[in-house]
Ligand binder design. Sequence first.
Ligand code: KIV
Ligand code: ZN
Length: 558
Amino acid sequence: MKEQHYSQPEPIAMARRDWPSRTIEKSPRWNAVDLRDGNQALPDPMTPGQKKRYFELLCEIGFKEIEIGFPSASQDDFQFCRDLIEQNLIPDDVTIAVLTQAREHLIERTFEALRGVRQAICHVYIATSELHMKYVFGKDRKQTEQIALTAVKQIRELAAAMPESDIQLEFSPEEFTDTNLDFAVEICDRVIEAWRPKPGEKVILNLPATVERRMPNQYADMIEEFIRRLRHREQSVISVHAHNDMGCAVAASQMTLLAGADRVEGTLFGHGERSGNVDLVTLALNLHYFGVDTGLQFKDIEGIRDEIIELTGMPVSPRHPYAGELVFTAFSGSHQDAIHKGLRGRDQLSADFKAWKIPYLHIDPADLGRRYENFIRINSQSGKGGIAHVLETDYKVRLPRALLIEFSRHVQTLADRSSREIDSRQIWDLFNRCYNRQEGILILDKYWPRPNHREPALIDGEVHVLYRGEKKVLRASAAGPIAAFVHALRELPLPSFNLEEYEEDSIGDSAEAQAITFVRLVDRENRSWHGIGFDQNIDQAAVRAVVSALNRMLEGEE
Ligand code: KIV
Ligand code: ZN
């Protein structure tokens, strides 16, 4: 190990560690702190109107606890709190929380903001790390504890003076993860005692990773050990509040849930100071993936994402888990192929694996209101699986394998040339340009095959074509309409060819469904020429496909 440049908090001593072998079985309580921790970190804080809409959105998603601001620190937050209460904007089952420092005049002002509220959480915090106590505030542990207890008593008295309001206490030892654990336990137990909870009442102990200075497993260790040492566990709700300085806030929160945390604070898309707070969208949807009913609804994740972008003025990365524009999109050929096969065989896979499982997709995009169809996109990294998927889902056309392999090369050339993603319409146009060649050296005017009068097993007909600009009428006769057509074409001075493959399909299933026919001709040098034809009549689609393939052959188009 090289010499330590940064001072790291000590891992705590654990005689026993249970959390690594647990699983998350139930949802935590959620507290959305977007309007406080999130808003205070926005380059352009939200306007009152934007905050109201944000609050409504959080309620629509299903949050029952919402920290709405720091009323004693900002007149805007004070007014917002008043507006919510006076305009009766808080649903009955939602509890607002307000943050305050442990200072007398700030607590008083906080309670002015709360006047008339039905239920609320008064969230008081004080820094308990040596770094903060000694170097920021010039206090020792005793003095810090005293300030906290004085504040809690004041809150208790102010709450008692508002009997029409149900006020809960939340206490945060700020920089918990950089705080001596014994001291954190001691101050929290003393806070609970000072609050004197009524029977059944609990104090929320919010234990924040104010700055992410530890690995997620160490945060979990601290939570497990904190719970073990806390005397008043029964009267407490253990809450976690992870910031994301090392990018591990989601992992850290999950591990703290294993360690026994009951409640999580965070924000949608992780807005918050510096690298932000834990992202509740990712965390809640991870839990949803584990089979936990979180009580939160992200059925229209794109709508939520777009609204949050608009309200906060902050972008959401296209790679943001669950919500990013690209997270259910596959560009790589092998991924596209696997997804395509998985989606096509979805029912069988679900039966075999006893639940939803698809290669390269860990969650069903439909749970988030997203559709499969857009998920395969084509660029120079893509392969035939993706192209097949686009043609099948957007145009209901399933290509024979040989044609798919050949067409993929055309797509690849186009993608390489444009160096950009190419969309489904461009693929379809390219497909038609390459293989549907009705205008060329050979142009079909008409061909109506009919059974021969004397020998009904035979098909007769006249083929009217323009060959190298000259009108020709050719006699068709053979056992089937396509064979008869090919037979007629032999009257033209064409290079020799054989019709090797012929496949037909229908596009759509209404009465107006079109037929599509794929043919493959092989010339004397054993080269293949694919062609396609469309028509409502299968025979007409087939002869058009032959015309397409011949034109390609005559024009030497690979
Ligand atoms: O990150 C933090 O410690 C906070 C406290 C005020 C809870 O936001
Ligand atoms: Zn915070």
